[in-house]
Design a protein around this ligand. Structure first.
Ligand SMILES: C[S@@+](CC[C@H](N)C(=O)[O-])C[C@H]1O[C@@H](n2cnc3c(N)ncnc32)[C@H](O)[C@@H]1O
Length: 161
């Protein structure tokens, strides 16, 4: 079951629980290659981040060959791609934000290419909510989910900063 922790009109909803239980819809999915996605989101445009050693799993999920575009996450190669085409966004100058949060600039560059104002962006592995913060700033809507309640509470303060 998912519990609503914070929301603002139809701008964002931050939920606590297992994101595979989500039953709604969205326009763009942020995910990793291995966590189960709800069935209705599996064919949505999708941005995937992970380390190169799990590239094969990500490729299976996307049904396409992914390009490794940058080194930013804990000094390892990471994969960023969509399920339709390979990402062509230069992320090579970005440094990771400890402890494993996405740098805001990384999300910004991806959404500038793959997002659109009014899009509903879904991140089922929300952490502090970096995707939500940047999406809202860019005129998009956000659905964020995390299975750790403290992370959702942290995101509630962060997305509107
Ligand atoms: C590395 S963090 C993501 C950080 C995020 N990209 C950011 O910039 O803030 C991954 C998060 O996914 C959450 N998570 C993992 N599996 C999950 C699941 N099945 N449902 C909901 N949250 C999950 C973890 O609790 C963790 O907070």
């Amino acid at each position: 079951m998912l519990n609503m922790v914070s929301h603002k009109l139809d701008l964002y909803a931050l939920l606590h629980g297992d994101s595979s239980k989500f039953t709604g819809d969205c326009d763009l999915v942020f995910t990793n290659p291995y966590a189960p996605l709800p069935k209705q989101l599996q064919n949505k445009p999708m941005l995937i981040c992970d380390f190169t050693e799990r590239k094969a799993i990500a490729e299976e999920r996307c049904g396409t060959t992914l390009e490794t575009v940058s080194e930013w996450y804990n000094g390892k190669n990471s994969i960023w791609s969509g399920n339709v085409k390979n990402i062509n966004v230069d992320l090579s100058d970005l440094m990771p934000d400890p402890p494993g949060w996405f740098p805001e600039e990384l999300v910004y560059r991806l959404l500038r290419v793959y997002g659109k104002p009014g899009f509903i962006v879904w991140d089922g592995f929300m952490g502090r909510g970096t995707v939500g913060k940047v999406a809202l700033r860019m005129g998009m809507k956000f659905i964020g989910i995390d299975k750790i309640l403290q992370r959702v509470e942290m995101a509630a303060g962060y997305v509107e900063e």
